[in-house]
Design a protein around this ligand. Structure first.
Ligand SMILES: Cc1ncc(COP(=O)(O)O)c(C=O)c1O
Length: 356
């Protein structure tokens, strides 16, 4: 079908890329700093950008590492700071690629179900009391991928309290945090306690994923192990790309750019929520995300997700959502809304509803 509508990947739309500005940034980065950034360089990344991130997170340079996207850094963290067989906790559902990294490295992964957007902290505490103490708990507190959930402030505080009491790390993945369309920002885990938190984020959703510039902020000990592992794995990540991002920031363009993304995406979120209400109605449940890229739809028990062939016949493409779960997830659909315009979103949800 010609106008296939795909609710598959969490990607930004091409029209969001600030191409002219990036050309300017690349030009000045290369002409002004080419001797350094075109050379092999330090494995922790381009220092001016590291320092900018360090200042934002009230830490110093040694607490920050840059990588080719935050996912690469997560992989480096797992291999340098954890051991096969280590226990790690995740929300369920969670980001599928993180699950893949944990499983590939032989981690013992335990999931805590998100029900109406929250995990049961009583269940977490019972697990801890029963002796199941993880090395790390991976969370996406702000506009979760894939459900759109936002972790309430009291839950952040309570979970952090447990991390402090039982001595585990919170890995806080926050690539969507700055894309908030309604409501007020909540403190990150890292803002509340930088000893028990490894914060990861990236410029993929703030500027462009093709730049592959992500970062981690943690204790010097953790970052130093990741840094050594990075050096042995890839020598260094692209200081050139990191310098382009730094130029973008130094020119004062980041804040306005994020502002324009928020305006663009807010209308897409509204189109998604209106369409779910209008066409899906009581056939399922979803949260009302306040930001990010995704709405998560859970279909009623008596309904099932249409298969690929059936979807294709009406011009619809859906992702296989079971990758977001350790087990279950047959009724769950991740609906990314940022890369489609409001009309496409409405048509897509209408097509989905027609199949249910
Ligand atoms: C929760 C989450 N973490 C990490 C990533 C990967 O980001 P990066 O492009 O920085 O590797 C994504 C990308 O979709 C994501 O949704």
């Amino acid at each position: 079908m010609e106008n296939m509508i795909a609710f598959i990947r969490g990607i930004p739309p091409a029209e969001s890329f600030p191409k002219e500005k990036l050309v300017e940034c690349a030009r000045s980065a290369i002409l002004d700093h080419g001797d350094q950034i075109l050379q092999y360089a330090g494995s922790a990344g381009y220092d001016p950008l590291r320092q900018w991130i360090a200042d934002k997170h009230h830490t110093d340079l040694d607490g920050v590492i840059l990588g080719q996207g935050s996912l690469q850094l997560l992989d480096f963290y797992i291999h340098s700071n954890l051991m096969p067989g280590d226990l790690v906790f995740v929300e369920q559902p969670t980001y599928d690629r993180t699950l893949t990294l944990f499983k590939r490295a032989g981690m013992n992964v335990k999931g805590f179900n998100l029900t109406n957007g929250v995990i049961d902290l009583g269940e977490v505490e019972r697990s801890l009391k029963g002796g199941s103490i993880p090395k790390a708990f991976y969370v996406i507190a702000d506009f979760q991928n894939p459900s759109g959930a936002l972790m309430p402030l009291e839950h952040r505080q309570e979970l952090l309290g447990l991390a402090e009491q039982y001595g585990f790390l919170i890995i806080e993945d926050g690539p969507y945090r700055h894309l908030r369309y309604t409501g007020e920002p909540m403190p990150t885990f890292h803002e509340q306690d930088n000893n028990h938190v490894l914060h990861m984020s990236s410029f993929s959703k703030m500027i462009s994923p093709g730049l592959r510039v992500g970062y981690m902020v943690g204790t010097k000990g953790m970052i130093s192990l990741i840094r050594q592992y990075a050096e042995d794995s890839c020598i260094n990540s692209s200081h050139l790309n990191q310098a382009v991002v730094f130029e973008f920031i130094s020119n004062g363009w980041l804040e306005d750019h994020i502002g324009s993304l928020i305006t663009l995406y807010r209308s897409r979120l509204n189109a998604m929520l209106d369409s779910l209400e209008a066409y899906i109605g009581d056939k399922g449940e979803w949260l009302e995300p306040q930001g990010g890229f995704f709405a998560g739809l859970t279909l009623n028990e008596n309904l099932s997700i249409p298969d690929e062939k059936t979807c294709k016949a009406v011009g619809l493409s859906l992702s296989n959502s079971q990758g977001f779960f350790l087990n279950g997830g047959e009724k769950f659909l991740r609906l990314p809304f940022c890369a489609l315009n409001p009309e496409e979103i409405r048509t897509g949800i209408q097509r989905l509803a027609s199949l249910l």
